[in-house]
Design a protein around this ligand. Sequence first.
Ligand code: LLP
Length: 385
Amino acid sequence: PRPAIIPRSAHWWWQDRERLLALATESGPAFVYHLPSVQLAIDELAGLKAVDRVLYAVKANPHPRILEQVDAAGFGFECVSPGEVRQVLEHRPGIDPERILFTPNFAPREEYVFGLEAGVRVTLDNLHPLKHWPELFRGRDIFLRLDPGQGRGHHKHVRTAGSQSKFGIPLFELEEAAERVAAAGARVVGLHAHSGSGIRTAENWREVARVLGEAAEHFPEVEILDLGGGLGVVEKTGDDPLDTAAMDASLADVARAFPGKRLWLEPGRYLVARAGVLIARVTQTKGKGEARYVGIETGMNSLIRPALYGAWHDIANLSRPDEPAGTPATVVGPICETGDVLGNDRLLPECHEGDVIAIANAGAYGRVMSSQYNLRDPAAEIVIE
Ligand code: LLP
């Protein structure tokens, strides 16, 4: 049993703050990735007994050292664009392309040609490719992405199932899908679904497995049920962590109902979020009426999650570990938008120019979603071995 409340002192970035203070001074704003923490998450998921294969969702963080570490664990890779497939092939030369699952959506015909020629496994997320380009799939083994009907996740932008989402083949199209697959001369060997991102309800994946297992009756050659990713991590103190042991037990349960099917998972965030922290120095502070602002060197151009999803990332002043919190302050970057906020009303010790601020859980969907907005370079990337 893991504690529901994880004290800050348990995090690698708090324990290792002296090193982060030095890095912030040498390198300026940076995403720092702590590989031992990636390994902890890898080991945890590798230990799930009901799961036959874990594929890392490259979109969360395509840094070559992270790809290397995931590869060393024998995990596969889930890619959503030719760019992600190329990133894996370039940095893991010689990898068996069968370990890569390519799951594009609303992609042009050429991208399916690219995937098939590269020899990676290809997922269709819509009937359009089978209707309009059936010749591509003749004699091929393919995956179909289904919409399991129920979307979940930390924000509506990241719920990827249900009638409000653009993803997946709806269950009412299964019969037509089977006919079109047969007409194209393809074989469906895997069914796939992904409900959303940032889910800490252990039951989610069992429900997805049940939907896919039942849908597999339309496709006699299905061997694999890919239950997607979406495994959430604790953000705020007091959040319940995802109970991976309960998840494993519930998957073992559902697997018995569908003998002969192998279960896959494709987490991104769970493997890398906690291993990354964004560090930056305080530039200026301001009091404006009641409001207090702490400005730091980088903002939404590096980490857009708070602005885009209202995401909550723990923020700490690494330079003053022992000082008590002062008045709540809003932590902002230097970007010319009112939305350039990293955290609202945070209880930080009194911050001074040059103090080093750490923003936690920044290893997933951080640098990869950054931009050059305002022509300010986003934070660099540093790896701690
Ligand atoms: N598989 C598929 C098909 C996906 O679409 C995704 C994420 C994943 C796996 C991995 O999901 P994860 O385990 O990382 O939750 N930018 C958002 C998250 C978007 C996720 C999109 N799809 C965020 O920062 O919260």
